[in-house]
Design a protein around this ligand. Structure first.
Ligand SMILES: [Zn+2]
Length: 259
């Protein structure tokens, strides 16, 4: 089903309100109790071929099942993601009848919105923003926040890129894959809802990041966002992305141009 802007705003707003309720103010968020609060009667681990799904039992009760073989942090995100589907359905005035599955391969608009809602539930914007404002940008802070919010590194990094209060840049450099022009493949992601221009081609940043990789020095990237110039120090670490060796260079700075 297509999602209109109103559904997106109201579903994220519903997740935000859940995070502001007194019982859910502590982190790590008790995602099982949030699921019960929104009407999910059963939350069960099962051997599955996908991460999880939301469905209805024959007695009409809502159920979330998640993959028993996955780690707890991933399963917490899966449960939050399925709650996301439930909130989206409610904003659209729909009932959940057929099961809705979650797989990392799917990439439809609703899947992305359910991920965004999951991140909002597990890492409430106001709380994570305030934590990051009081901590130095870098991987030590990422690891500390992963422990604090009980989320995976990739969920935390994706969330930093979503926060309105931060201006963040992530370069994911694929170390196992060289393109025909002899360059490692890379993806560059920047904060959402922010106009970002690179003052130099991102390739120059990739070159600097890889040069500094062994010495573990930061590489500074210059960008223009919201008509202002910013310097962001990128620090890298090796990541295993489903069997592929990647180098992730990440940096952020407070986004002072937000109201
Ligand atoms: Zn899904």
């Amino acid at each position: 089903m297509k999602l209109d802007a109103r559904t997106v705003t109201s579903a994220i707003g519903a997740a935000r309100r859940i995070g502001l309720q007194s019982g859910n103010a502590n982190v790590p968020v008790d995602i099982l109790s949030v699921a019960r609060e929104v009407g999910v009667a059963r939350i069960e681990a099962r051997p599955l071929h996908l991460d999880g799904y939301l469905g209805r039992l024959s007695n009409g009760q809502l159920v979330i099942r998640y993959n028993v073989a996955s780690g707890w942090r991933r399963n917490r995100f899966t449960i939050a993601h399925e709650i996301g589907h439930l909130l989206i359905a409610r904003c659209q005035g729909r009932e959940i009848n057929a099961p809705i599955g979650r797989s990392w391969i799917r990439n439809e608009t609703e899947e992305l919105l359910a991920n965004r809602i999951a991140a909002e539930l597990l890492m409430p914007e106001h709380q994570l923003s305030s934590d990051l404002l009081h901590a130095p940008a870098g991987w030590n802070t990422v690891h500390a926040m992963c422990r604090r919010y009980d989320v995976s590194i990739s969920a935390l990094v994706t969330r930093v890129l979503e926060l309105q209060s931060m201006l963040a840049v992530l370069l994911k450099i694929d170390l196992g894959c060289i393109d025909p022009t002899n360059w490692p493949r890379f993806i560059c992601r920047t904060s959402r809802e922010t106009r970002v221009h690179f003052l130099h081609p991102p390739r120059a940043a990739v070159e600097a990041v890889l040069k500094n990789a062994t010495s573990r020095r930061a590489s500074t990237i210059k960008i223009e966002a919201n008509s202002r110039l910013h310097e962001i120090a990128l620090l890298g670490r090796l990541m295993d992305a489903g069997g592929t060796r990647q180098y992730w260079a990440l940096g952020w700075t407070p986004n002072n141009s937000t109201p």
